[in-house]
Design a protein around this ligand. Structure first.
Ligand SMILES: [Cu+2]
Length: 462
């Protein structure tokens, strides 16, 4: 994030975590991982400044909320305080905590009532770029989200600076269509553009934000000529798939959903809701100010940030709507991504297999909660194939596990959210049933989720 108040708040939270890590280590020197605790997330009504226009929303103090950053093997302890007028919970998107810490109301925990609190505490085993967000109704559609970075014990990537970009679609306070007064008021459907074959949603979202900022007040990322930047690009939108590119620069993908892949250099990324990519960017231009462009897939809508070489004239900044040609260049595809650490799948065939049809906003013609759970047994190798007969792409997210996408290479990327293309697109993934409980498997279009595009992966009693 740029050097703004947001970054200050993020760093404050990190400093708090570090301090308490030290305390905790002193208090319990005998055994166990260090505790990165002491972070308090207060969910409350707030106002967000959108290029001078102050709009009401709900958030964790800032939008995005404070960055949580810790190291693999740390225990994360976060105290949630609910100052919203209704129930809430927090879900740790991409992490695989014990079931009771997953933050799904009515499934993994009692919802946290207004005025109440809840402490989330678990060991973060795996490094990566993750997100946290509210998981009650459409609360995520407001500002109730933030970045969660788990660093490896030993960083193997070499880079000079890193920035996190959270891409969001926005309507709080700017939606003139639906009178968005509470979580239940659905926005109107947008007219589809028949020329666009890639669409992840259809509701009206007047603004696209990068780190909580509209194009007219874009975040600015600094680089010196010759720097290597690490960008963590995350799609936290409710209803929008994004394409992302930087004018004058290419993107070397190193992680997909936080999990390492063999580096692949492309011009642009496509991210369904819930997906993340880490990329390295060589700041190889002699200087200048360059657009980081965010294009909504299949709909009107545009967001941006700015890459500025240190010492460059601010007057040379690209205008808000300048569109990088790289957005039309080579896109990353799942098939070309090779997992650096594939899942430890046994040889032979899966123990259990599910073939699911995604149609409209249903999974196999059922809508949650009137939907059959998908039973698995602990220790099994489970294969899920999804065929999407609808006209929308669906980014399908599995809680509590990482899965491996089946690709021709046999070494597809390990992910937690995968976009299934529309019009008979198919995706197959494998996972190992090693984390008992009831786990949500759902479309990360939150309107589709609210419509019931959800199943439970349910561990059978052992
Ligand atoms: Cu969907």
């Amino acid at each position: 994030m740029p050097a703004t108040r947001r970054q200050f708040l993020g760093l404050t939270a990190v400093a708090g975590l570090s301090l308490l890590t030290g305390c905790s280590a002193k208090q319990s020197p005998a055994a166990g991982p260090p505790t990165a605790g002491g972070l308090r997330l207060t969910a409350a009504p707030m106002r967000l400044d959108l290029a001078g226009r102050s709009v009401p929303t709900w958030g964790y103090g800032t939008v995005p909320g404070p960055e949580i950053r810790l190291r693999a093997g740390d225990v994360m302890r976060v105290q949630l305080e609910n100052e919203l007028p209704e129930d809430t919970t927090v879900h740790w998107h991409g992490l695989a905590p014990p079931n009771g810490m997953d933050g799904v109301p009515g499934i993994t925990q009692e919802p946290v009532a207004s005025g109440e609190g809840f402490t989330y505490e678990f060991e973060t085993a795996i490094a990566g770029s993750f997100m946290y967000h509210a998981h009650v109704g459409m609360q995520l559609d407001r500002g109730l989200y933030g970045p969660l970075i788990v660093e490896p014990r030993t960083e193997e990537l070499a880079y000079d600076r890193e920035y996190t970009l959270m891409l969001d679609d926005w309507r709080d306070g700017v939606d003139d269509h639906a009178g968005h007064a509470g979580q239940g008021s659905a926005p109107a459907e947008e007219d589809p553009d028949p020329a666009d074959l890639v669409s992840f949603g259809g509701r009206v979202y007047p603004l696209l934000l990068v780190n909580g900022r509209p194009p007219e007040d874009a975040a600015v990322f600094e680089a010196r000529p010759g720097d290597r930047l690490r960008l963590r690009v995350m799609n936290i939108a409710a209803d929008t798939g994004f394409r992302f590119a930087i004018a004058g620069h290419r993107l070397t993908v190193t992680h997909s959903d936080g999990m390492p892949v063999e580096p692949v250099t492309v011009d642009a990324l496509r991210l369904g809701m819930g997906e993340r990519y880490d990329v390295l960017v060589e700041a190889a231009q002699p200087g200048g100010v360059w657009q980081l462009g965010v294009q909504a897939e299949g709909r009107r809508g545009w967001g941006r940030a700015v890459l500025r070489y240190t010492g460059s004239q601010a007057s040379a900044a690209p205008v808000a709507h300048d569109r990088p040609a790289e957005l039309d260049g080579r896109l990353v595809s799942y098939d070309e991504l090779l997992a650096v650490e594939p899942l430890a799948l046994p040889s032979g065939t899966p123990d259990r297999q599910y073939d699911l049809v995604l149609s409209g906003t249903q999974i196999d013609r059922q809508s949650f909660p009137d939907a059959d759970p998908l039973p698995v047994a602990e220790g099994e190798w489970v294969r899920v194939t999804m065929r999407n007969t609808s006209a929308k792409w669906h980014p399908m997210h599995l809680h509590g596990h990482h899965f491996q996408v089946l690709t021709p290479s046999g070494r597809g990327p390990v992910k937690d959210t995968v976009s299934v293309p529309a019009r008979n697109g198919m995706v197959t993934f494998d996972f190992l049933a090693t984390n008992p409980g009831d786990w949500l498997f759902h479309c990360h279009n939150h309107h589709h989720m609210e419509d019931g595009m959800v199943r439970l992966v349910r561990y059978l009693p052992s």
